[in-house]
Design a protein around this ligand. Structure first.
Ligand code: SF4
Ligand code: SF4
Length: 87
C-alpha cells in the first residue's frame, strides 16, 4: 500500500527530503504523497522514512492503493529503472 498524508499535517517540511522515491511534494494546502511513487520505502529501507520523522503522526496507509510486498518491490524496480534511464 502507498501511504498518504492527512490534513493533520503541519507543513513542517521534514518528510519531503527523506523520501527515497521523491514521492512527497507540497500540495495546495499540505504535503501530499504520489501513490504511484510510494513503495512504503520497500527496496530502500526497512520502515517508511516519512513516518519515522513526522512529528504529528499523520501518515497512514492509503486504503485506495492496496499492494502486496511483491508488488511494492516490483514498483521499486520500475522506479529505479526509470531513474537509471533518465540519468
Ligand atoms: Fe516516500 Fe517511503 Fe514515505 Fe512512501 S513511505 S512516501 S516511499 S518516504
Ligand atoms: Fe506534514 Fe508530517 Fe510531512 Fe511534517 S513530516 S510535512 S507534518 S506529513
Amino acid at each position: 500500500m502507498a501511504l498518504m498524508i492527512t490534513d493533520e499535517c503541519i507543513n513542517c517540511d521534514v518528510c519531503e527530503p527523506e523520501c527515497p522515491n521523491d514521492a512527497i511534494s507540497m500540495g495546495l494546502a499540505i504535503y501530499e504523497i504520489d501513490a504511484h511513487k510510494c513503495t512504503e520505502c520497500v527496496g530502500h529501507y526497512d520502515v517508511p522514512q516519512c513516518r519515522e520523522v513526522c512529528p504529528v503522526d499523520c501518515i497512514p496507509l492509503n486504503p485506495e492503493y492496496v499492494e502486496s510486498q511483491d508488488q511494492l518491490m516490483a514498483k521499486y524496480h520500475q522506479l529505479t529503472n526509470k531513474k537509471i534511464k533518465i540519468s
